[in-house]
Design a protein around this ligand. Structure first.
Ligand code: ZN
Length: 329
């Protein structure tokens, strides 16, 4: 493949983009997580850098395309946090500004890919502003964000917004089936449900062996409620399950539990959990459920901010809470 593939549900957005007569110097690509914004931005960068684009796409064979494919294009600059979930600091933006102030080494355009742009802290955003206000010749900034609300309004307003959406449920399933040939449809559908319908997120979840993790969690929960396993044994057994994933599942299930508690119809994407939640809804007290949800959200925030948490203690506390919920009355 010569250039980043175009996801079928982004074909219209792409067509409009390459048909623009006047390209803005800064783009802000927004849309839900896991739908392929990064792939779109990579394709856009390739097209902008290509020396002889054809049919609205990079040629894949010019000097510039070859350099880019080798990952060594001197006029492409990618900026992200040093580590996933961390902030983009001002030093990184200063490097970006240095890059912009240099002459293009290949004699063509220069492209900056800033992803996720919402990871910039305040100082970094302020430093970037000046660059956005005084665009350099033949230089393009591509900002990517799932959460544009976190960006400074002044940063947002200086970019051309390009809003990307995800596929409908059928196209998502078709695409995932093609990407993960051999996986049965019920598993594909479950992956998509766990990913909130975002196909690239579903693919990523598959790569993290999420369905295996999920099965172990559901089995563990059943055993816990039947007193077949202790809290500490379960905490130890499930310590390899990514914590944020686990917390998100429990949070989803808690929402389902609350609806069931209120007598509302609620269906769990994980079919095996439905009877478990039905059982728990009959036992859990409403106040306890609320307290548990608060606990869960508080710890989720701590996980997201990479607060220093004792994982063993957290897991034991989590499973103890959950067990108590199912044991009331
Ligand atoms: Zn080319």
């Amino acid at each position: 493949m010569h250039e980043p593939a175009l996801l079928p549900w982004h074909a219209d957005a792409w067509g409009q983009l390459v048909g623009m007569s006047n390209l803005p110097h800064a783009f802000l690509l927004v849309g839900p997580a896991g739908i392929g914004k990064r792939a779109f931005a990579a394709r856009l960068a390739a097209w902008l850098l290509c020396l002889q684009p054809r049919d609205g796409q990079a040629c894949g064979s010019c000097r510039s395309c070859l350099l880019r494919e080798a990952g060594s294009h001197p006029d492409l600059f990618q900026v992200g946090p040093e580590e996933e979930g961390k902030q983009i600091r001002i030093e990184r933006i200063r490097n970006l500004i240095d890059f912009i102030n240099q002459t293009a080494q290949q004699g063509g355009r220069k492209v900056v890919l800033l992803d996720p742009a919402d990871a910039m802290n305040q100082n970094a955003s302020n430093a970037l502003l000046k660059t956005l206000e005084e665009p350099a010749q033949d230089t393009f900034l591509l900002l990517v964000s799932d959460q544009p609300g976190l960006l400074l309004p002044t940063v947002r307003s200086r970019c051309r917004h390009l809003s990307l959406s995800g596929p409908d449920a059928t196209s998502a399933l078709d695409w995932l089936r093609e990407s993960l040939s051999g996986l049965p449809d019920d598993q594909l559908a479950l992956l998509l449900a766990l990913a909130g319908g975002a196909p690239l997120r579903a693919l990523q979840l598959h790569e993290q062996a999420v369905l295996e993790h999920l099965e172990r969690v559901v089995t563990g929960i059943k055993q816990l409620l039947k007193d077949q396993v202790s809290v500490s044994v379960l905490a130890d057994r499930l310590k390899s399950v990514p914590l944020l994933l686990l917390v998100d599942w429990l949070h989803d299930w808690t929402l389902t539990l609350q609806k069931l508690k209120l007598g509302l119809p609620a269906e769990c994407a994980v079919a095996d959990m439905q009877p478990v939640l039905g059982y728990m809804a009959r036992h859990a007290a409403a106040a306890e459920l609320q307290a548990w949800q608060d606990w869960l959200l508080q710890h989720r925030r701590m996980l997201l901010t990479k607060a220093n948490l004792n994982q063993t203690l957290l897991l034991e506390s989590l499973w103890l809470h959950w067990k108590r919920l199912g044991k009331r009355r």
